[in-house]
Design a protein around this ligand. Sequence first.
Ligand code: ZN
Length: 122
Amino acid sequence: MYELHVTERFSAAHHLRGYGDPCEQVHGHNWKVTAFVHCERLDDVGLGLDFRTLRRRLREVLGDLDHRDLNDTPWFRETNPSAEHLARHVFERLIERLAGSPAALDRVLVQENDDSGASYRP
Ligand SMILES: [Zn+2]
């Protein structure tokens, strides 16, 4: 089994309702998102999935979040845009875009900074 991953970044504001200071105040992060896929076979070139393909699909998903207040997006008007919920959101949107791909999406890791983050796998 091979595991591949790509990392992309986006910048967005959020706040966590019902959490208390300071995360209840609107603030921003330079979010770091890593998508992990796995595959059993490689193509004739020796690739499980072209990194460029995975990166393009991940960018499509993150493009809808970049430079937004996440609480104002349709997905997080009622659900808190925590790292955990963001990881699930990105996973569910990315897996649709990888349909028919030779590699299967395994999990998505969302980091608020280099030291803390949350990942989601179904
Ligand atoms: Zn935050």
